[in-house]
Design a binder for this molecule. Structure first.
Ligand SMILES: [Zn+2]
Length: 466
């Protein structure tokens, strides 16, 4: 019987939790419990004073936020479903206040307009019982659609090397533990997506032409390397595949903008990048079959940061804001015990003891397979609590012991003061709004970065000409 309201739902849930069999079941489970006074005091004592900002704050902020949805195309055809992923990329100019900023009260219509423009890029995918462009299966249709989008999304429409797909080639060139490609425009697929073919380590190139598996002659695509197709099913919801794509494409966009800046001005990119910070909605991590991308991001950033440091600049700034999750839940419970203007760099020891209960193995350190950013918990001077990720201070995690040690040292994060100043700058809006780009856009000029926008010009211009 369907529940008639939320209230019914909640009452039923309470009944179930109070059921003696469920109580017995719970007694055998380990999960997060509200910390006792002593535990809360002990955890609070691990916080230290928030560092101040040593560098100039960047004027440009690129906020990236994706979402996805799956729905039937017609209410009479509930089994025939279409999926889509929306990614909003917004450039915020901190130094130029908008009309919104000079007003005491924010005009909801202007904010709504920003939200609408925010839906800059939409990727549609065939889901259950739907095929695309003559393909015979949903899986092959999904693969074709995805590769087409990544190839067609270009910073310069006339140059295919400015595509998101070329950025994927760039990241794949940093991949280890897999047969190395011989050239930057080549990548290696770990296996053929044709279920009847066993071919492995297949090279594909960054070219416009269709490419085939040398063994079975089935069409293969460069973006098959993300292995999202493995989650696509012909006869059920493809929500998991959509969520995985959303996650990886958000971070791919960030790396794409960085690559464009570097390749467009190889001799002066340090200036542009030092005046830019990325705000991601959620942790700096890539989950599922595409998780390998996170390690390439870490290596790419480490390589660029060497040049940044050689020019006396700070490391490239990327902040992932985590407004939900186990870490947020736990620290929210001890919020009243935490001092204002204090910060904590979460160690594996504390996380394993109090926060995360679904560990895969005690052999590995947290986030080893997925994260490229470290968790920080920050309580602002006015008492608001933020959980955020910033990139790890290491280039690889090849030594687990070294990685676990280095990521937990707060002194390794030289940029921390800059991140905190940025959070302070946007504090109220970030706290009150659920959507990061909308929050950031409330008091500053916001420009939607759709494919036609001159992103490189916008990033290098000191002030926006209206
Ligand atoms: Zn094959």
């Amino acid at each position: 019987m369907p529940f008639t309201s939320d209230l019914t739902d909640r009452t039923t849930h309470v009944d179930i939790v109070n059921n003696p069999d469920i109580q017995h079941f719970l007694s055998n489970c380990k999960y997060m419990i509200e910390p006792t006074g002593e535990e809360a005091t002990q955890i609070a004592s691990l916080f230290s004073g928030a560092p101040s900002c040593k560098h100039l704050l960047p004027n440009n902020i690129i906020a990236i936020d994706g979402g996805n949805y799956e729905a039937s195309i017609d209410e009479n055809l509930p089994f025939t479903r279409l999926g889509y992923v929306k990614v909003g990329n917004i450039l915020i100019k901190r130094n130029s206040f908008t009309e919104l900023g000079s007003e005491r009260f924010i005009d909801p219509f202007k904010v709504a307009q920003i939200t609408k423009n925010n839906a800059a890029t939409v990727f549609a995918f065939p889901s259950s019982n739907m095929v695309y462009k003559g393909q015979t299966t949903v899986r092959d249709s999904f693969r074709l659609a995805m590769d087409g989008y990544l190839y067609k999304y270009r910073t310069n429409p006339a140059d295919s090397k400015t595509s998101l797909r070329s950025t994927l080639f760039k990241l794949a060139s940093y991949r280890s533990n897999i047969k190395q490609a011989s050239a930057a425009a080549e990548l290696i697929l770990h296996k053929c997506p044709n279920p009847e073919c066993n071919a492995e380590d297949i090279p594909v190139w960054d070219i416009a032409e269709s490419q085939q598996c040398p063994t079975c002659h089935h069409t293969i695509y460069p973006s098959d390397c993300l292995r999202i197709w493995e989650e696509v099913d012909d006869n059920s919801s493809n929500q998991t595949a959509l969520t995985r794509f959303t996650n990886v494409v958000e971070h791919l966009f960030a790396m794409h903008y960085i690559r464009m800046v570097v390749e467009n001005s190889p001799n002066s990119f340090v200036d542009t990048l030092s005046n830019l910070c990325f705000f991601m909605d959620g942790p700096l991590a890539i989950f599922g079959n595409s998780a390998w991308v996170h390690a390439s991001i870490l290596k790419y950033l480490a390589e660029l940061n060497k040049t940044m440091r050689a020019h006396g600049k700070s490391d490239i700034l990327i902040l992932g804001l985590c407004k939900s999750g186990a870490v947020y839940d736990y620290f929210k419970l001890i919020d009243t015990d935490l001092s204002e203007n204090s910060i904590y760099c979460l160690t594996d020891k504390i996380r394993e003891r109090y926060v995360n209960f679904n560990r895969t193995s005690s052999e590995t350190t947290f986030g080893n397979e997925t994260y490229y950013g470290q968790d920080f918990i920050y309580k602002t001077a006015s008492g608001r609590l933020f959980v955020f990720n910033i990139p790890y201070p290491v280039a690889t995690k090849s030594s687990t012991t070294n990685f676990e040690l280095e990521k937990s040292k707060i002194e390794n994060y030289a940029n921390l003061g800059t991140y905190l100043s940025l959070l302070n700058d946007f504090e109220c809006d970030l706290y009150e709004s659920a959507v990061v780009p909308v929050a950031l856009a409330k008091r500053h000029t916001a420009i939607s970065l759709n494919p036609g926008s001159k992103v490189l010009d916008l990033l290098t211009k000191a002030n926006l000409q209206k």
